[in-house]
Structures are given as C-alpha cells and as structure tokens.
Design a protein around this ligand. Structure first.
Ligand code: AMO
Length: 426
C-alpha cells in the first residue's frame, strides 16, 4: 500500500500541497489541450485538470499526482492541478454502461443487466453503504441490549412460513428447501440466550413480479424471551429502528445527500393501530375500502399518509391481525385475532412480527386450524415441551428499509445482486 496516499475526502487538509491519490477514471473530458479526469476512490470523487495528457479509458485504475486548489465552480469546491498520471491497470474496453452518467438516465433494466459494473456508480454504492451501516447499527444496538447474534441453517427440511413460495433443493437425494425465514431457529435459540438476532439472506420463490419482492433478500431477524405482550415487541423494534436511523444520520451524511434523503423524525412515538381500526380509518378518511385478510398496497399507502399527517410519524404499527392472515406460530386471541403485527414505513410494510405461541397444546391447535400436519414439525414442536417462556420478535426486510429510507422505488436497487423470477445473473 502506498504510504503517503491521500484520500479524496481528506483533500481539504492538503490545499496547495502536492498529493498522491489512487482510484478509477470515473469520467474524462478533453477540451483541446486541457483534459479533465474525474477520479473516484472509496471516499468520493474529485476533478483533476491536466495539460496535454491522454486520460485512459473509463474505469482504468490510476495514480494522480497534483495540488488541490480551491475552485468554487468545481464539484466539491476544489480541484486538482495535476502534474503526473500513472496507469495502475488500464481498462481493456469502455464499460458497457456509462456509470458516471447520472444513474437515473440509464434504463434500469440495463443497469441491472450490467450490475457487476454499474454497481461502481455513486448511487449504487451509496445505497449499499447505507444498508451496511444499518446492519452495523442494528448489531451495535442489540449487542448493547444483551442480544446474541445467531447463524441458522439456510438449507432446511420444512418451510417456516407456509405458502407455496419454497425453493426446493436436492439434498443428497432427499427433498430439502432454502429457508424462507430463520423463524423456527430464532425461537429455538431464544431458549438458549433469551435475546437473539440474525442478519442473513432468506429465500422466497415469489410468483409476483413487483418492485418490493425479491427471491433472495436480507432478513433482519430479532427474537426476545420473557415478554409481557406484543407491546414489548413493538417497544423493542421502535427503539432499535430509532437507534439505527440516528446512527446512519451520523455515519452516512454524504450517502443520504446523494439521494436527497431525510432521516425520519425520531422524536415521535410510532402510532399503534389495530388492523380493524386501520380499515375503518382508511374508509372514513380516504373513502377507500380494503377487503382481504391484509392491507393492500394502496391501503398501506393511505395509512402511511395518515400516520405522517396526524402523528408526524414515518412509521406506524398495525396490530391484531386475524388468525387467517398469520402463520401458525402467532399467538391467538379469543376473538379469532392474534398478537401478530406489521410495521409500515412511509406507507409500505417493512416488518412482520408479534408474540408467538409458547404452549405446546396451543401450537398443535394452531397447526390443525391451518390444516397443517404436526408430524412435519415434530422436531420444532419438541422444544415446546421444555419450558418455552412467552416470547416474540420480528423481521425487517433490509432492502425495503433501505429503499424507503433513500427514496429508491425498486428494492432491486437496494440489493447488490438481486435475484428475482427472471434474474440469476450477475
Ligand atoms: P414476513 O414473511 O412478513 O415475516 O417477512 C418479513 C419482512 O421481510 C420482507 N419481505 C421481503 N422483502 C423482499 N422480498 C420479498 N419477497 C419479501 N418477503 C418478505 C418484508 C416483510 O415485512 N418470520 C416472519 C417474521 C417474524 O414474525 O419474526 C416473516 O418472515 O419487509
């Protein structure tokens, strides 16, 4: 590593002094005798001005020697009067997508097709940086609350969530599946550590091709034991998200700026409203009627609008979903409802969770109600014979969280290499 290499973000400390930088040719322009090289390193970009110099192809990696000088008209308020250009690795051909172009000018399908290259663009890398920081912030907060990180298997014998969206795997001649969720394992590990979390990909063979569904996504999972009720779960998630947002506001200022994104108001309490009340409110305030077991996307949007205008909150918990809308492990209440909940962020679901069933007999009942075979869950059911305390938790879809925070309209751009019904490359 070059000892005296200066990063672009540190240039203001070296005004008028000769510096050496390394990075990539993000962009180049030749104005007859004067050439402009936009250099990109891990910390940012800077304009370098050369006289009579050929700048190599876009994405070549190079070393620049020169002096940073103030220039109000240059992006970032300074530019490099460059004297030397050394090629580290020359690009063999121009990139298949113009990654320095403002990314929204390139067809999104093209960006995804060449994601292995377009991911070097400033927006793409900012989005994934924010996601990485969200994950770090989650670890920091939960570790501070005495949670333990777990790593559960992703090849499993049965689906945790039910439904038809399982990927089958040939497992030494037997049928296995890719995990839809670490649900059963995080409950099981709750009985080891009381408080656990996992940050890992999960797999859903979704048939719907929408801007919010992926076949593989990053699930931020949490489970906590010895709770009083579903409000303990909501208290935890609210505190966690506020801490994550506050951290990202500090560590990702530049990235948030790229998207013109604002961190949500963290001073207000997230409103909590039952699904039943939410439906009535949406009908009453917006004259919109939602059928079905769940809120449809338009109802979610309207409820988000209500939370923002009435409570100045970007988040709203929707509680007490009916049993028919929730998986067997959700704690049932007498009225055909459950202690299952969702969290909406800016009008879109980012979380499901709630209190779980912790009694063996109730669990058998719940499986039967859903015409599921208790035999298929025998291993899982056994732990409920061994003193499971009341517990609950939730899972946040990391791509949805990131996309909604940054105003990205398609979750595919909040994942490095998205997988969906029609994409397995790159
Ligand atoms: P659920 O299936 O609702 O709950 O998933 C939880 C959250 O994961 C995200 N999500 C997705 N993101 C992208 N693409 C998908 N195909 C996709 N499916 C889900 C959403 C959703 O809110 N075991 C429960 C969680 C729990 O109860 O703890 C579960 O997996 O943001």
């Amino acid at each position: 590593m070059l000892k005296d290499r200066v990063l672009i973000k540190d240039l203001p400390e070296h005004l008028e002094q000769e510096v050496i930088m390394q990075g990539w040719v993000h962009n180049r322009r030749d104005l007859g005798g004067i050439s402009f090289l936009i250099l990109r390193d891990r910390s940012g970009i800077v304009q370098c001005v050369y006289e009579n110099t050929d700048i190599p192809l876009h994405e070549s990696s190079v070393q620049v020697t020169g002096k940073p000088v103030s220039n109000k008209r240059a992006p970032g308020g300074l530019e490099i009067h460059a004297t030397k250009l050394e090629i580290i690795t020359e690009a063999k051909e121009p990139p298949p997508v113009e990654i320095s172009k403002e990314e929204w000018h390139v067809n999104p399908e093209t960006l995804l097709e060449y994601r292995h290259i377009s991911i070097r663009g400033l927006e793409a890398r900012a989005a994934l940086k924010v996601q990485a920081e969200l994950a770090t912030a989650m670890r920091n907060y939960l570790n501070s609350q005495d949670f333990t990180e777990i790593f559960s298997p992703k090849i499993v014998a049965a689906g945790a969530e039910g439904g038809a969206n399982l990927f089958e795997v040939d497992y030494y001649g037997k049928r296995a599946y890719l995990a839809q969720s670490p649900q059963l394992y995080k409950q099981l590990m709750m009985a080891v550590y009381e408080r656990v979390y996992e940050i890992a990909p999960v797999f859903r063979a979704e048939q719907s091709h929408t801007s919010r569904h992926l076949a593989e996504y990053l699930s931020l999972d949490v489970e906590m034991g010895f709770i009083k009720d579903d409000h303990d779960v909501m208290d935890l998630e609210e505190a966690l998200l506020k801490s994550m947002m506050a951290d990202v506001a500090k560590t990702c200022q530049k990235e948030l700026e790229i998207f013109g994104a604002e961190v949500p108001n963290l001073a207000v309490k997230f409103p909590r409203i039952s699904l039943f009340e939410a439906r009535a409110l949406i009908k009453d305030k917006f004259d919109y009627e939602t059928g079905g077991k769940d809120l449809d996307p338009e109802a979610e949007r309207l409820l988000g609008k209500w939370a923002k205008s009435e409570h100045d909150s970007d988040f709203v918990f929707v509680t007490n979903y009916p049993q028919a809308a929730r998986p067997f492990y959700t704690y049932p209440t007498e009225d055909g409802l459950t202690l299952g909940l969702d969290l909406l962020f800016r009008g879109q679901e980012i979380t499901s969770g709630g209190q779980r069933v912790h009694e063996y007999d109730v669990l058998i009942e719940e499986l039967k109600k859903r015409k599921m075979d208790p035999e298929a869950f025998a291993g899982y059911l056994e732990i409920f014979k061994h003193g499971m305390p009341p517990h609950g938790g939730f899972a946040i879809g990391a791509e949805r969280l990131t996309a909604l925070l940054l105003g990205i309209s398609n979750v595919r751009f909040a994942r490095a290499f998205p997988r969906d019904g029609s994409r397995l490359h790159p």
